[in-house]
Write a protein that binds this ligand. Structure first.
Ligand code: HEM
Length: 451
């Protein structure tokens, strides 16, 4: 009788030698390279590099890994790099620890809690937009990305710790930048030197890490001295208890705080920035968004108001289809498995690309066209659920999904109450750069028109 592993064939993919020969080209254009592979070899593509990887594009296969056989897939190799920065926080932890932390953290991200963050989101957005009034008066051209980075970091810090981090913000931003660049470099490096080696990059990275740990430890220590007085996310995390009535340790709290700061701010920035990029050339879309928000009469929206902004929500969903801030997800198979009739060996790396599945012509008509109406309920019903996954899927779906959508809608609504954006660059010159997240390069330079 055949053993299980012999029943299934290897998935098709580029021959090993060709893969290595094309590696430089792949690094230059990973989105193009992986897309080409999906169109050439099909739903499951096998790569034999330093280790075996399988690229999946079919929604059913993605569902199998992220939901159906979830227990067999741990976070992929790339997350080990993230673990250097994020420790055992929600994004990078596994098994029982992850389950415990998810249960303890989840209540802080439920609708009612997110609703209580809306005034903070609005106030911070208005502070940014007041600065923009001056830019508009001067006719200045500026890139929205750094402004959105500041905005989302300030919001994340304020809902987490109440304290406005303005004093530490620059240093936190720099630290997160260093962490991101370091992770990208290590991800592409075949033999990355251990972190303990005193290379220039390692020293810079360790310094940045010590800096952010210092800031967060200080905030936690201050809070321990005066517990429970402030109703913010940190208090909620400190007061959370597991099944045995135990709280999180200081180290665990620190890992969760860094995780929430990191996972929450750059992704939301990019979703906002790409949405601005897309609507800046579509006055018809902007007109529909402002028409549906007219009932606000220029006031800031509250959480219930946001539920009525159905079209604006579809605009953001469509923006994240074309430009998913998290363009790739990776897992490692614990035990051997079978996907689409192919053998997935134990230890194999699984690569899922929201960017590819969300633009795949099998699931999307005119996939490169920006068309928010795709997300109207009547147009979505027939689409496979896993053809769209900007927030991941299954038990490890983004915990901040509702938080992020709320923040984006608040900022966009307030922005469109005051300004029209004019792109100050030919849209064809703006390219998605697949760093850890999908960045618009060279940015989204705009000029503002006051209304
Ligand atoms: C547009 C904005 C956002 C996008 C596109 C996004 C995307 C994602 C994706 C794709 C995952 C799944 C990763 C995987 O399965 O490997 C994820 C997980 C996560 N996200 Fe987000 N995210 C966003 C905003 C946020 C915000 C605002 C927060 C927190 C304030 C947050 C916190 C997290 C955490 C903690 C996880 C790990 C969840 C777990 O494994 O249990 N994210 N996010």
């Amino acid at each position: 009788m055949l053993t299980r592993s012999r029943q299934f064939s290897k998935a098709p993919g580029p021959p090993t030698l060709q893969f290595f020969l094309n590696l430089t080209q792949f690094r230059k254009d990973p989105l193009g390279g992986f897309f080409h592979a999906a169109l050439t070899y099909g739903d499951v593509v096998r790569y034999r590099g330093m280790w075996v990887s399988h690229q999946l594009s079919h929604p059913d296969h993605i569902q199998h890994v992220l939901q159906g056989n979830f227990a067999n897939y741990r976070k992929g190799r790339g997350y080990k790099i993230l673990k250097l920065s994020l420790g055992e926080g929600l994004l990078t932890s596994e098994g029982a620890l992850w389950q415990r932390q998810r249960k303890m953290t989840q209540p802080s991200f439920q609708g009612q809690q997110v609703a209580s963050f809306v005034p903070t989101m609005a106030e911070n957005s208005l502070t940014m937009l007041r600065r923009w009034e001056e830019s508009a008066r001067q006719g200045e051209v500026f890139d929205v990305v750094p402004d959105f980075m500041r905005l989302t970091l300030n919001i994340a810090a304020e809902v987490l710790f109440t304290t406005n981090l303005e004093a530490d913000a620059e240093s936190i931003r720099r630290t997160l930048d260093i962490g991101r660049d370091y992770s990208v470099e290590r991800a592409w490096s075949i033999f990355p030197p251990p972190l303990s080696f005193p290379t220039k990059r390692n020293r810079e990275y360790r310094g940045a890490l010590a800096n952010i740990h210092g800031i967060i430890d200080r905030i936690i220590a201050e809070r321990r001295r005066a517990p429970g007085r402030i109703a913010d996310l940190l208090t909620m995390l400190m007061e959370a208890r597991d099944e045995n009535g135990a709280p999180m340790s200081d180290k665990q709290l620190r890992d969760e705080v860094i995780t929430l700061l990191t996972a929450g701010h750059e992704t939301t920035t990019l979703a906002l920035a790409w949405t601005c990029f897309l609507i800046a050339t579509r006055p018809d879309v902007v007109e529909r968004m402002t028409a549906e928000a007219a009932f606000l009469n220029g006031r800031s929206p509250n959480y219930d108001d946001l539920m009525k902004l159905r079209y604006s929500r579809m605009v953001v969903e469509e923006s994240m289809r074309l430009y998913p801030p998290v363009w790739t997800l990776a897992r490692t198979a614990v035990n051997e498995d079978e996907i689409g009739g192919y053998r997935i060996s134990a230890g194999s790396e699984i690569l899922i690309f929201p960017y590819i599945t969300q633009r795949h012509p099998k699931w999307w008509q005119d996939p490169d066209v920006f068309r928010p109406e795709r997300f109207a309920p009547e147009n979505s019903a027939a689409r496979p659920r896993y053809a769209y996954l900007p927030f991941g899927a299954g038990p490890r779906t983004c915990i901040g999904l509702n938080f992020a959508m709320t923040e984006i809608l608040v900022a966009l609504t307030l922005l469109l109450q005051r300004f029209r954006l004019k792109l100050a660059i030919d849209p064809a010159e703006v390219r998605p750069d697949p760093s850890v997240t999908l960045q618009p390069r060279p940015g989204v330079p705009v000029k503002l028109e006051t209304i």
